[in-house]
Write a protein that binds this ligand. Structure first.
Ligand SMILES: [Zn+2]
Length: 453
């Protein structure tokens, strides 16, 4: 029988040995599909929660089960359908610079099968695409006869080689992927990326979360210990339940400094897609909140970040971002370089003109991005320079100004242009989608909050 194992489903009560001992085939497809797992990780004093439901799951049918387990995720268990007494599955992770010969060696495949395999698989595309970190599953006898071997490669293709009457047969074919919806929550403790890691959120999804909310939250200055988030996103699995890749974020809730931001993904009837507030306002804004690149490296908290040079806006007319020398600086909106050079006080300075009304200025830079000059076009998020302390600066920081009609203004108090909201003809489709995604956010957040008590 085919089943749909997803690693979170195998949830024994405690400990790794249990997980490895667990046989997956006893779980029916139905139970697997309707399970939401809540895990707590007391080991590190963090609590994270995650849930899974198929894309089309009506919310009221999602059953909830609470379990406690430690941090280890069980290995993906291969199919056991054809396992007899002396056949078993093993797997090997592909290493950097690996060859198929070396992998077969590590799998203890006997010499004759190794030669036969290499001869048969010589022209296969998969064997030329051994990507480090990916896994090769092999079914062998205890004395190293290779029965079959499978490997997911390239753009969702399955390489399969099987021994039939003493000869190997190869197939390489596209597989169908099933989209599954993941729901996870976490709390920012030491850094946003650490919180995402603890919640089991992949890096690519964490980066998407930051991008989606970049016009709302200044992750550089506003992030606080205790900020909470819930994210709903897709993952794509092959029909054996092997994870293949992350899809897109579908919804986010981010509680930052007691304010709650929600973002909903929507594809409009004209085919364009984006993120919107629950009331249908676009989250794509002409200006980013923060002019610094918020990466894994820069995401830690520092006292400096929380308390940038304290100066009254009135006297200062800009925002200071304390950041290590060399931190990349992004232009907050599309525009043209109006000034690039050195000015008293500002040190190395770039001024970007966005339109007749708006300009932004970036001061104290250590360096400009290569190739930039007066008149260069820049797009939102392009790196234009690097943090330094040229000019009148007591430590490395970026001095950032928003100027409206030539006058410095507090960006928090200026209403900045945004992309158009949801069109009238898409309104009811959007409302339906938003309601279902917000219901998921609600479920997940409430499960998570309950797990904290
Ligand atoms: Zn300043």
């Amino acid at each position: 029988m085919r089943y749909t194992p997803v690693r979170q489903y195998y949830v024994p009560v405690r400990g790794r040995s249990n997980i490895l001992a667990q046989k997956p085939s006893k779980l029916t497809k139905k139970t697997l599909h309707w399970l939401i797992v809540l895990s707590t990780i007391p080991l590190f004093g963090f609590v994270t929660a995650f849930g899974i439901a198929p894309s089309a799951a009506p919310l009221q049918e999602v059953h909830i089960k609470k379990v406690v387990r430690d941090l280890y995720l069980p290995e993906i268990l291969p199919e056991l359908e054809s396992t007899t007494e002396n056949l078993f599955w093993r797997h090997e992770t592909i290493r950097r610079g690996d060859t198929i010969a070396a992998i077969l060696e590590r799998l203890d495949i006997n010499q004759q099968d190794k030669i036969d395999f290499m001869r048969t698989a010589r022209d296969s595309r998969a064997m030329r695409q051994l990507r480090p970190g990916k896994i090769i599953h092999a079914q062998t006898t205890s004395d190293g006869n290779l029965q079959s071997l499978r490997y997911l490669f390239g753009n969702e293709e399955l390489f399969l080689i099987e021994k039939a009457e003493q000869a190997y047969q190869i197939s390489e074919q596209k597989i169908e992927l099933e989209s599954q919806i993941q729901m996870k929550s976490g709390t920012v403790n030491s850094s946003l990326f650490a919180a995402a890691d603890n919640a089991g959120i992949p890096n690519a999804i964490a980066v998407q979360m930051i991008d989606i909310l970049a016009s709302e939250i200044d992750f550089y200055r506003d992030l606080r210990r205790g900020d909470r988030f819930t994210v709903v996103y897709e993952t794509l699995m092959d029909n054996d339940g092997e994870f293949t890749k992350n899809g897109k974020v579908l919804a986010i809730e981010f509680a930052n400094r007691n304010k709650i931001y929600q973002a909903i993904h929507f594809e409009s009837s004209n085919g364009s897609s984006g993120y919107y507030t629950p009331t249908g306002e676009s989250l794509r804004k002409a200006f980013l909140k923060a002019p610094l690149d918020f990466s894994r490296i820069s995401s830690g908290f520092s006292k400096k970040r929380f308390h940038p040079v304290l100066k009254k806006w009135r006297a200062h007319k800009g925002i200071d971002y304390a950041a290590p020398r060399g931190t990349p600086i992004k232009t907050t909106a599309n525009g043209v370089i109006k000034y690039i050079g050195t000015q008293r006080g500002y040190g190395k300075l770039i001024i970007v003109k966005h339109n007749d009304q708006y300009e932004t200025a970036y001061g104290h830079l250590s360096n400009f991005a290569k190739g930039l000059k007066k008149g260069s076009r820049v797009n939102q998020s392009d790196i234009i320079g690097y943090v330094g302390m040229t000019g009148m600066a007591t430590g490395p920081h970026l001095h950032y100004e928003l100027r409206v009609n030539g006058v410095q203004r507090d960006p928090a108090k200026v209403i900045l242009p945004t992309a158009p909201p949801i069109a009238k003809k898409d309104a009811s489709a959007f409302q339906n989608q938003a309601a279902s995604l917000i219901a998921r956010l609600d479920i997940m957040r409430n499960l998570y909050l309950a797990s904290l008590n």
